[in-house]
Design a protein around this ligand. Structure first.
Ligand code: SAH
Length: 348
């Protein structure tokens, strides 16, 4: 039988587990600290626990960790990309971006993805499986250990759709912001969704303070459908209503992401429609010139066109930025490093 994944237990669950083993309550605090602050990967490193307790833990639980397979360091800017192997041999990627306000890590939430966005490398092989909470935490913990620097911001914008792995994702948010663990402020966490309406509404009711980012990519329902199959399931009007609901419930301004694809969604009319859509919403718009991937034809607009697009939105009163490109010399776009890894394994 599989041992229990101890790094996926919340602080209060760990307290219950320890009570079940007849241990004193402070043991849970000690163990949580080893797992989530000191970031050890073995029970025998938990030196303030008795040998017999360590043995007992060893028998019933395992500490799931992710192991680094590859690390790419950009020569252009302070960005690093990591490929991690999970215990079943699957791989996921994460990115470390250093800013003057702190270190930000972009993590994956699933192995692969089933959302099928046309320009995204992560979805090409479909969904393999959800990540456990410990595997989401593990990406951050390993990066913190490897870099020797504290992570202060998290974006859940790597491979996968976090709201398609809802329970583990919400647990992850609770655990990474827990004062007994890394204690990263929820306000420093952003999660991006392609727009799974029921789960956006559920998330709004969790009492969290994270920023929700919505992948928009089209200025109306029909245009969105061309790039995002998920739009066939949820009408844009319902998606926008769910964004408004998130803002009402949490007071957190929603971010809209818009990947600019040359000749597909980057015309002046697109900008006009977008501005009309977002005009009365308290939001922020992030334009991402599409990162071309090997398997698809899509190209990014010229820098000049992207700036014109941004200026049009700004002119209409929209709060907008163009995402600064990071790590373009290392497999920067979502899922590209993992894709390359899988493809090269097949070729050998
Ligand atoms: N499943 C989530 C997280 C995806 S990744 C979501 O759909 O929001 C985060 C953002 O990067 C999304 O807006 C996604 O659409 C975008 N993205 C994915 N591949 C891209 C590419 N090749 N170029 C530009 N943006 C991309």
């Amino acid at each position: 039988m599989d041992k229990k994944d101890i790094r996926s237990y919340t602080y209060s669950e760990l307290q219950e587990e320890m009570a079940g083993l007849g241990e004193k309550a402070f043991r849970a605090k000690q163990i949580y600290e080893w797992l989530h602050v000191k970031l050890v990967d073995r029970f025998d490193e938990m030196t303030n626990l008795s040998k017999s307790l360590r043995q007992r833990l060893e028998e019933e639980y395992e500490i799931r960790k992710v192991s680094m397979l590859e690390r790419q360091i950009s020569n252009l800017d302070p960005t690093e990309k990591f490929l991690f192997e999970l215990r079943d041999g699957n791989v996921v990627e994460s990115v470390l971006m250093k800013y003057n306000y702190g270190n930000s890590v972009c993590i994956s939430s699933q192995v692969g993805c089933r959302m099928g966005c046309r320009f995204c490398a992560s979805t090409i092989g479909g969904l393999v499986r959800n990540l456990n909470t410990s595997e989401m935490l593990g990406q951050i913990y390993q990066i913190q250990k490897i870099s020797g620097e504290r992570v202060s911001n998290i974006v859940v914008m790597g491979t996968g759709e976090p709201l398609d792995n809802y329970e583990n994702f919400v647990r992850f948010i609770h655990m990474v912001s827990d004062e007994h663990g890394l204690h990263i402020s929820q306000r420093n966490i952003t999660a991006s969704t392609c727009g799974i309406v029921p789960n956006m509404r559920k998330l709004a009711e969790e009492g969290l303070q994270i920023t929700l980012a919505l992948s928009l990519h089209g200025s109306d329902q029909e245009k969105r459908k061309r790039l995002m199959p998920v739009a066939n399931r949820y009408d844009l009007s319902k998606v926008l209503e769910a964004c408004d609901y998130y803002f009402r419930k949490t007071g957190r301004r929603v971010t809209f992401e818009y990947s600019l694809v040359q000749g597909v969604n980057d015309s002046p009319e697109d900008a006009k429609e977008l501005a009309a859509m977002l005009k009365n919403r308290n939001c922020h718009m992030n334009l991402i010139p599409v990162n071309p991937i090997r398997e698809r034809e899509f190209q990014k607009p010229s820098r000049k066109n992207a700036i014109e697009f941004k200026n049009k939105l700004e002119h209409d009163g929209i709060n907008v930025t163009i995402r600064r490109e990071r790590g373009s010399d290392i497999d920067g776009a979502c899922g590209q490093l993992r894709r390359r890894h899988i493809t090269s394994k097949k070729e050998n």
